[in-house]
Design a protein. Structure first.
Length: 179
């Protein structure tokens, strides 16, 4: 078996223009990459000796509203051979699809559908991109930060006091000595 190689050095050597940022926090490695490069980078991480990130552990979506680009898609890859994890992160907006990874990992099918259903992020080349958790006729995407919560306005850091003041909190009655 090959010796482990440095993930950042290997990716910057193979894809010099695709790696936009490297973030190391709390013992975790995150590589921010260009959206169009995600499939090639993930294939390289999966197949290259010394890397061998064979397991797609998870795919998550993040809404950074009101920033632009608004959404991030994060891929968590695990190397069983070398017992290490890397996060590949890419950004997109509401109208630009992210390439699917279902050709590399068939298990990407449902997480990509969930991100589409909850955030509205589209995946180009996905074999069956339709709602997974919500009914087919549901309007909107419930995990978006600007998704309306029924009759309640959306709470943000700048308006939380006004919204919080109108909430009907339960007040515990005073305890009586007669019990």
């Amino acid at each position: 078996m090959a010796e482990p190689v440095d993930v950042v050095e290997a990716l910057k050597a193979e894809f010099p223009d695709a790696v936009e940022d490297v973030i190391e926090e709390f013992g975790e490695l995150t590589l921010v990459v260009k959206r169009e490069s995600v499939p090639e980078i993930c294939k390289f991480l999966r197949d290259a000796d010394g890397l061998r990130f064979k397991m797609l552990a998870d795919i998550t979506g993040v809404d950074y509203y009101p920033q632009n680009p608004r959404f991030a898609v994060c891929y968590h890859l695990y190397s069983l051979d070398f017992n290490r994890v890397v996060r590949i992160k890419t950004y997109t907006d509401e109208n630009t699809p992210v390439p699917t990874l279902t050709d590399l990992w068939p298990a990407a099918n449902w997480p990509e559908r969930e991100i589409y259903d909850m955030f509205g992020v589209r995946f180009e080349g996905h074999p069956d991109l339709r709602r997974l958790l919500m009914p087919p006729n549901w309007e909107g995407h419930p995990l978006r930060k600007d998704y309306p919560l029924g009759d309640e306005p959306t709470q943000f850091s700048f308006n939380w006091r006004r919204i919080d003041a109108g909430k009907p909190y339960v007040v515990r009655p005073p305890e009586s000595d007669s019990d």
